[in-house]
Design a protein around this ligand. Structure first.
Ligand code: EPZ
Length: 420
């Protein structure tokens, strides 16, 4: 297994190019199951989760030619509808094939994803919505078995909670359904917006894109003429590198980014004393005279994203004062805390609320990555820790960050990927 060795440094400099969004790529790759034609997707991030989903699609019979940041997908020859445990256990977002496969073939079996490090993460809302659209749902031997032999029926669905992949699954199912589906309390994340925009461009009439009420006119089972498209920038990767510039108190520019997707993150960094120059597709962060403490509550888009919670916590260890960070989406998303504490951070937990006292001098040591975003928080802490930090189990990082060590090395960080 690989690990990262990071030497604490004074500051970063230069520019970092942002890759395509992992969490936009996954539903959009699943969406190709609804296409009648072969299509090209560009600006994909070169990360493990993308390769995992493309492998799943190939297992179902699709033809996928992937190289680095581009894939051509042809699902015309798809013949399988069973997403097996061996793949689903490695990536819960495999559940995204359920909606489109069921809508297209009238049946689909997906291994239950099971929980993951950050929480139980059920899929009850996905299943309840598909049932409302006329699907028969059975749970057998760890698999969700779904049937809709006469196709899915459009209807009004109200999500009890806002669910990102739940919204994506139902939007894709509704795209081929008979009649209109109204989805209330839909997720508004930019990744869901892009999915709706591409479906719209494929002839599926969708109203309310970007709002919490979506109206989708189904094609009554007709496969879609899908255009080629490019993935939107990864707002979480972008936010992570802004925090890298912030924690090392550097002037750092990130490019190929969509600034408006980062309003909540930039707002919090401004509260902490950082300033910015923002153009159409770049953001430059400047050092703060003094890093101020912050209060953060993670909520659905456009509020502060849960996927940036660990990163801003690492930064908060360098603020002068007490920061409060409340995690409202997942029940166990504080696993970075114990590793940060081992580096010298002064953090206390009370349920879903973390209290971070700063400024603390961090010192390098051996730490262990536990989930994707927790690992990125450890990288941020290691950038300014005294001495050397070895971050183990970085396969978590490789799931969602494209060429992380190269990007940081190019900005002046002392990061090496070594073998255990
Ligand atoms: C997506 O996960 C993202 N993953 C996550 O990013 C992100 O943290 C999360 O949305 C929240 O923004 C992808 O897009 C691939 P949810 P998702 O369904 O869709 C509960 C990363 O680091 N819920 O919006 O699985 C759930 O338990 C990953 O890139 C139900 O109760 O999250 C959670 O508390 C981590 N029943 C809340 O809703 C359901 O049927 C939000 O979950 C579905 C969800």
């Amino acid at each position: 297994m690989d690990y990262l060795k990071i030497e604490g440094i004074e500051s970063l400099k230069g520019t970092i190019k942002i890759a395509g969004a992992k969490n936009a790529s996954l539903p959009l790759i699943a969406m190709t199951i609804l296409a009648k034609n072969k299509l090209n997707i560009t600006n994909l991030p070169d990360v493990v989760d993308i390769k995992t989903l493309l492998k799943l699609l190939s297992n179902l019979g699709a033809e996928c030619e992937f190289n680095e940041h581009h894939v051509s997908v042809d699902t015309a020859k798809m013949h399988e509808t069973r997403a097996t445990y061996d793949i689903v256990k490695t990536m819960r977002a495999s559940i995204l094939v359920l909606g489109p496969t069921l809508a297209r073939f009238g049946h689909c079996e997906v291994s239950l994803p099971g929980g993951c490090a950050i929480g139980q993460r059920p899929i009850d809302l996905h299943l309840k919505a598909l049932e409302q659209m006329g699907a028969e749902i059975d749970i057998k031997a760890g698999y969700v078995e779904t049937k809709a032999p006469n196709g899915l029926k459009g209807c009004e669905i109200i999500f009890d909670k806002i669910t990102v992949t739940g919204t994506a699954n139902i939007v894709m199912a509704a795209a081929l359904a008979h009649g209109e589906t109204i989805l209330v309390n839909a997720a508004r994340e930019p990744e869901v917006v892009q999915l709706c925009e591409i479906l719209n461009a494929s002839g599926v009439k969708i109203e309310g894109i970007g709002t919490s009420v979506l109206k989708i006119q189904g094609s009554c089972g007709e496969l879609l003429d899908m255009p080629d498209f490019s993935i939107i920038p990864d707002r979480i990767e972008a936010g992570t590198y802004l925090c890298a510039g912030a924690i090392t108190n550097s002037e750092l520019t990130i490019t190929d980014v969509e600034p408006k997707h980062l309003d909540a993150v930039i707002g919090k960094l401004e509260e902490m004393g950082f300033s910015f120059t923002i153009t159409q597709d770049t953001i430059t962060i400047y050092p703060a005279k003094e890093i101020k403490p912050v209060k953060v509550i993670t909520q659905e888009y456009p509020a502060f994203p849960t996927d940036m919670q660990a990163q801003i916590m690492a930064l908060a260890t360098q603020a002068n004062g007490t920061s409060i960070i409340e995690e409202r989406l997942f029940e166990n998303r504080f696993m970075h805390v114990s590793e940060l504490q081992r580096m010298g951070a002064d953090i206390s937990l009370n349920g879903h609320i973390a209290t971070v006292n700063g400024k603390t001098d961090l010192s390098g040591t051996d730490v262990m990555a536990t989930d994707l975003r927790a690992s990125s928080a450890l990288v941020l802490a290691a950038l300014i820790a005294r001495g050397e930090t070895n971050i183990h189990r970085i396969y978590h990082l490789d799931r969602g960050y494209d060429s992380l060590e190269k990007k940081l090395q190019n900005a002046g960080a002392k990061v090496d990927r070594l073998k255990e």
